[in-house]
Write a protein that binds this ligand. Sequence first.
Ligand SMILES: Nc1ncnc2c1ncn2[C@@H]1O[C@H](COP(=O)(O)OP(=O)(O)O)[C@@H](O)[C@H]1O
Ligand SMILES: [Mg+2]
Length: 362
Amino acid sequence: MILKNISLKNFTNYEDAYCDFDENINIFVGDNAQGKSNLLESIYYISTISSSRKNKDKELIKWSRDYFSISAHFFNKYGENKVTVKVIGNKKEVYLNNYKIEKRKEYIGYLITVIFSPEDLYIIKGEPALRRQYIDNELSKTDVEYFVDNIKYKKILEQRNILLKEFKRRSVSDALMDIWEEQLSKYGIKIIKKRLELIEQLKEISKEIHYRITDDAENLQIKYQTNIDIENIENSYRKLLKEHRQKDIDKGYTSVGPHRDDLEILINGISAKKFASQGQQRTISLSLKISEIEFIKKKTGEYPILLLDDVLSELDKKRKHKLLEEIENKVQTIITTTDLNDIENFFIDKGKIIIIQDGKVL
Ligand SMILES: Nc1ncnc2c1ncn2[C@@H]1O[C@H](COP(=O)(O)OP(=O)(O)O)[C@@H](O)[C@H]1O
Ligand SMILES: [Mg+2]
């Protein structure tokens, strides 16, 4: 996929901006707080119709204005497309090639981005929820069914949790609980199966990439962690829910299921969550992101667009070089930096330099 250009109106600190992109490398250069990350965020936003930082849409409207809009032209396997999003207060309108998009799922797969920002370090050391979010995001970018099932699962989970609390106050029929558990199990199983498929593929890809980036020094392993018996998945989740019912009533929430699962990450057999250094964490999360790019290519036949926010300054020269080798001539990439010295010359020569200053693209 290739992003041709983007136009912003009242988006964060931009009032009226336009930017053309090179189909290979683009480098946003500027001092701190000028709008580099915001411009990257606008590209992410137009690809998922939501913020990467879990910001509310409203917060992306330029202060003291009442709307923002983003418009972009891009190429994918279907040809040239134009997408426009306009957010006015709490309302959002999306148009793809001048047709109105009513639901986000209709737009899935048109424009796919993979973003890497400093916060992604937390994928390694942070709470399990962040790793689940990483998995969910990845699957939802290319798989409409997963995206929809995940929403349904969360709604049913909420219902069971409400019922658990009711149970504590007064007796509710077991049959009612059976029904919600049956539903939870149905969607939960679908979710776990797809996550296992994803991890199975990512495992192989990320191992290879990580070996290349670390010069064969680090063996990266990833494993999906669940207490559902995956050999007997059809019955296991339902059984487990029933077994945990009393405990869950006491606690007031559902203690088993894909919403509690995790991703285990090992380097040379040792838990990365516990022992990886800052540099290792960064490299692992980069390997995972690059694997994601390859996964998306395998699944859709197209490379997504890679957005790298402030990553290069933190990597040593050798790893930086390896990273750039992985993406060069393959993936349209947009990198932000405060200092061009952080980027290798051969990259600068090839890339388009875009200067960002005070909410303006110069
Ligand atoms: N809704 C908004 N309206 C106006 N300015 C905003 C809004 N949201 C963020 N900003 C401002 O945008 C500026 C640039 O942010 P950012 O893109 O993160 O800079 P950079 O990545 O270049 O360091 C920040 O100073 C921030 O206060
Ligand atoms: Mg920034």
